[in-house]
Design a protein around this ligand. Structure first.
Ligand code: THU
Length: 139
C-alpha cells in the first residue's frame, strides 16, 4: 500500500471520531476500510444503554460495505482513544477480528493501527489472529 493511501485512510478514520456515539465508555473509535476495488467505507463505534448491542467501529465499516454488496477487502485503518484522544493504538477486539476472518485473507489483509499520520504500524490479519477460524475451515 502506498504512503498516500495510508495517510488518507488514517485521515478518514480520525474524521470518524466526530461521529462516534459513546455516552457510556467515552472511548471513541474510528475506522476506514479499503475494498479491493478502491472504495473506502468508514465506521465509528455506536454504544447502547443495554451495553451488549454496542457495535465497534470496525464492524460498522464492514457491515456498511457488505450491505452495499462489497465482499473483497485489502486493508482497514483503526484509531481510538478515551474521549477521542489518540495516545495508544486501538487494536481490534476479538469479535471484529472474527468478522475480518469472514471476508479477508489472513496472509494479505492489512490492519493499520495509528495514533496520527506520523505514527502507525501495519499488521496482517494473520499476525493479529493466528490460527483463526474462517470459511475455509467449513469448506
Ligand atoms: N471498540 C471498538 O469500536 N472497536 C474495538 O475493536 C474495541 C472496542 C469500542 C466499543 C465500545 O464502544 C468502546 O470501544 C469501549 O469498549
Amino acid at each position: 500500500m502506498d504512503q498516500q493511501t495510508i495517510e488518507h485512510m488514517i485521515t478518514l478514520a480520525i474524521e470518524q471520531l466526530a461521529f462516534s456515539y459513546t455516552p457510556y465508555s467515552g472511548f471513541k473509535v474510528g475506522a476506514a476500510l479499503l475494498a479491493k476495488n478502491g472504495t473506502f467505507y468508514t465506521g465509528c463505534n455506536i454504544e447502547n444503554a443495554a451495553y451488549t448491542p454496542t457495535n465497534c467501529a470496525e464492524r460498522t465499516a464492514f457491515f456498511k460495505a457488505v450491505s452495499e454488496g462489497e465482499r473483497a477487502f485489502q486493508a482497514i485503518c483503526i484509531v481510538g482513544g478515551k474521549n477521542g484522544v489518540l495516545t495508544e493504538y486501538a487494536a481490534p477486539c476479538g469479535v471484529c477480528r472474527q468478522v475480518m476472518m469472514e471476508f479477508c485473507e489472513p496472509d494479505t489483509f492489512q490492519i493499520i493501527l495509528a495514533t496520527g499520520i506520523e505514527k502507525y504500524d501495519i499488521y496482517t490479519l494473520k499476525e493479529l489472529m493466528p490460527q483463526g477460524f474462517g470459511p475455509k475451515d467449513l469448506a
